[in-house]
Design a protein around this ligand. Sequence first.
Ligand code: NAD
Ligand code: DAU
Length: 343
Amino acid sequence: MKNILVTGGAGFIGANFVLYMLDKYPDYTIVVYDKLTYAGNLDNLRDVENDPRYAFVQGDICDAAAVEKAIKAHEIDTIINFAAETHVDRSIMNPDAFVQTSVYGTYVLLEAAKSLGLERYHQISTDEVYGHIPAGYSSKEGDLLKPRSPYAASKASADLMVNAYFVTYGLPVTITRGSNNIGPYQYPEKVVPLFSTNALDEEQLPVYGDGRQTREYQYVVDHCEAIDLVLHEGVLGETYNIGTGEDIENLRMVEILLETLNMPHDLILHVEDRAGHDRRYSLDIGKIKALGWNPRHTGEEAIVKTALWYKDNEWWWRKIKSGEFRAYYEAQYGKRLRDAGEE
Ligand code: NAD
Ligand code: DAU
């Protein structure tokens, strides 16, 4: 493994992964292949833009000819696929791009990896493929997939296709399923950056329903370390969960965030819940721990560090929040906020 194609590398986790890998492995070259949707942002990669070991190619993973061209031009031996439409609320409004990118796009990448004889294909997946998990249980890698949102279903479909290429063609694949990542460069539609930036602007924080849903909030660099470990030590054909083992209620996450930013609790506004909202995800992380990984941050540390990053990096998020984001915010929250008594 030396020349890695990181698809979706201009997004949140992909960019953090590129920065992490270039820092750790002086001999690797990384080519980011990214369509630059609303969520892709070259500002995320500005720290490496002049690094000779890094290159950027703008392209769609659904475009087989462009994918093949990038792989050949850069002598790629490994694909790590982060590219996806990733926001559950947008998948509820319009699932089309989710199916295109995660289902067809993943197939295109697998086919390229097979026909060009690549050394390795790694798929970045999510705990959402297991669906809502009742209290007292944590999902294991072999559990049935029961995705409940169009986003989760598109990701589960991709996992099944990756597995099929391992079984049918012997393609050297691995899959990791991460929990809710937070940290630098996360598009402010996701709850922690949305609420941090809203709080800094003294705007309401629209908590869905009762706010008692739980998530495993994980610091993104911990996730990157685990992906790196699976790339180097993981068993081909296997899937690894990457979480924290720690449930945090959304209302607790909001409290930590407001205390960190020293902002008042009356910014919290309960609004209409998300359709089909999964109340809990929980990952059994015994398998990745046995490979030698442990999270370095607790959920609380991850939330504090993330909120402070948004406080210190207005240069990054202010321009995003004044762009296409405004139309999205009105479509997603306008009626909810008005119904809950705002505006
Ligand atoms: P993101 O939305 O921040 O970034 C996605 C990136 O993919 C963007 O740069 C976008 O331009 C690119 N992209 C989208 N469609 C594309 C296409 N058709 N061709 C090429 N590029 C395309 O996402 P993220 O939060 O960084 O998530 C990255 C991956 O990790 C996704 O596969 C997601 O499902 C998975 N994941 C995310 C989380 C999380 O908490 N954010 C947790 C577990 C797994
Ligand atoms: O679990 C991993 C997944 O985490 C990833 O696969 C997804 O790509 C990523 O978007 C994330 O999905 P969630 O739906 O869990 O994340 P989100 O930040 O949208 O929401 C987190 C929780 O906060 C969830 O219970 C819904 C709630 N929420 C979210 C938003 C945006 C609110 O209460 N209000 C909001 O405005």
